[in-house]
Design a protein. Structure first.
Ligand code: NAD
Ligand code: UD1
Length: 338
């Protein structure tokens, strides 16, 4: 297929481009590099021995985006839409920025797609659309609610995409709700490269292990979980990337709007993740247990059965694989792509 990948230079996008190239898809990436480097795509091409096209374009610039679609020698068959901002705390500080970059840019993308007769899209949604769930594992039919501007931007885009389909059923839309993506490609050449001090658990742990940060703070040890720390559904980024390949195959069946949880279905606590990381790397992760982080749910993990049944996809990599691959990437690239 001829694919347009927005945000393809980023963490999940670069791993997905790699899996798509392996399947011989033709790829055009648009990314404004606001949270990434073109180096990731250079490495993706090096690993696969295959080429992709890259345009440094901001999705807020509708004309530039339209020019990319118009300049294709072969029509784009489908779009995979990763581009967006993803830091919850920052979204609370700068809500307009988030709504503009996550919602307005998606409106631009859909308008340009429609104008060019491209009506197949896979959207990077998140388990954050389930809010703070009362019951786990969460399944796709639960009502959606955002608990912060980032989460609400994901709920809004899902609603917009549903409305677009209601108005014109030629569209096919895959809403992929990711749980907690971690890990890196087994080559150790591409991985997550956060700007500044990481917010998320695994990048923080690996920077402590390599000595860039002094110690990890475990946010909360008094939750009603087995060991008192929060439980999440961590998923290897390569499994997630493969999920996109499967979702694209699903879109070829003209399914309309479909939503899938992409997780393992298995929850691990923060303390279990630290233990797994220490076991597979042999490194110590000094940590202290502090108070809770505001907004955190005690437990969030998904039921991935729908993706298994309808996409013939399931996560295959273990928490140990996730930790080992994160560490390989961190050690080989202590300063990320710089
Ligand atoms: P990332 O920041 O590594 O990648 C996003 C990419 O989009 C970056 O390369 C960035 O430069 C680009 N971008 C941002 N705004 C843009 C714009 N206006 N125009 C063009 N490019 C733009 O993030 P990621 O972890 O790879 O996440 C990808 C998507 O998945 C995001 O939409 C995110 O919200 C969603 N998601 C991520 C997680 C996670 O934990 N990483 C979980 C659930 C959902
Ligand atoms: C966060 C976002 C979520 C987003 C997801 C993916 C919040 C409240 N939620 O999920 O909306 O979809 O990232 O980007 O920010 N932890 C520590 N110490 C740390 C860092 C994290 O103990 O230094 C704990 C957290 O309390 C949590 C777990 O580790 O229990 C995972 O945290 P994190 O990686 O930030 O992901 P989420 O909070 O699950």
């Amino acid at each position: 297929m001829n694919l347009l990948v927005t945000g393809g230079a980023g963490y999940i996008g670069s791993h997905t481009c790699l899996e798509l190239l392996k399947q011989n898809h033709n790829i055009t990436v648009v990314d404004n590099l606001s949270n990434s480097s073109e180096e990731s795509l250079r490495r993706v091409q090096q690993i696969t021995g295959k080429k992709l096209s890259f345009y440094k374009v901001d999705l807020l610039d509708r004309d530039a985006l339209n020019n990319v679609l118009q300049s294709q020698s072969k029509k784009i068959d489908a779009v995979i839409h990763f581009a967006g901002f993803k830091a919850v705390g920052e979204s609370v500080q700068r809500p307009l920025w988030y709504y503009q970059n996550n919602v307005q840019s998606t409106l631009n993308l859909c308008e340009v797609m429609d104008a060019n007769g491209v009506r197949n899209i896979i959207f990077s949604s998140s388990c954050t659309v389930y809010g703070n769930p009362d019951v786990v594992p969460v399944h796709e039919d639960l009502p959606l609610s955002g608990t912060n501007p980032y989460g609400r931007s994901k709920v809004m885009v899902e609603q917009v995409l549903n409305d677009i389909y209601q108005a014109d059923n030629r569209w096919n839309i895959g809403l992929l709700r990711y749980f907690n993506p971690i890990g890196a490609h087994e080559s150790g050449q591409i991985g997550e490269d956060p700007l500044g001090i990481p917010n998320n658990l695994l990048p923080y742990i690996s920077q402590v292990a390599i000595g860039k940060l002094k110690q990890l703070t475990v946010f909360g040890g008094d939750y009603s979980t087995a060991d008192g720390s929060c439980v999440r559904d961590y998923i290897h980024v390569v499994d997630l990337a493969v999920g996109h390949v499967k979702a694209l195959e699903k879109l070829e069946e003209n399914p309309g709007v479909v939503a899938y949880n992409l997780g393992t279905g298995q929850g691990y606590s923060v303390l279990e993740v630290i233990a797994a990381f220490e076991k597979v790397t042999g490194e110590k992760v000094p940590h202290i247990i502090s108070g809770r982080r505001s907004g955190d749910a005690a437990e969030c993990y998904g039921n991935p059965e729908k993706a298994k049944m309808e996409l013939s996809w399931q996560a295959e990599r273990s928490i140990e694989d996730m930790c080992r691959d994160t560490w390989r990437w961190q050690k080989a690239n202590p300063n990320g792509y710089c």
